[in-house]
Design a protein around this ligand. Sequence first.
Ligand SMILES: [Zn+2]
Length: 130
Amino acid sequence: MKYCPTCGEPNPDNARFCVKCGREIPSETTPSPAYTPPQHSPNPNMPETYLWQSIVVTILCCLPLGIPAIVYAAQVEKYYLQGNIDAANRASRNAKNFCIASLVSGLAIAIIYVIYLATVGSLLGLFAVA
Ligand SMILES: [Zn+2]
């Protein structure tokens, strides 16, 4: 079986002319690319969901910024399974950004807290001495 390069009609291997459109068929015709079934390109890998990172920063650092990170992280897989790779990539980026924001603000709060404790501690120390 070979395929007419003009119309895609299957023809016997020994056919010189297409049975459908009558055009000449080159002897070593391979199936014309236009009529081969479209190759299903394998899905690109699912973007990073940042799900566990979101949960960790929510628990350890900053709840208000961690929650949206978890929401976006959950969307990554949902969009990916729907085949909406662009949306999955966007959700992945958003999840990452909220993780970073949460981590940074968590660290800032921790540093302020440590400074606060150190200040209070040294004040108490002064009073203790006095
Ligand atoms: Zn033909």
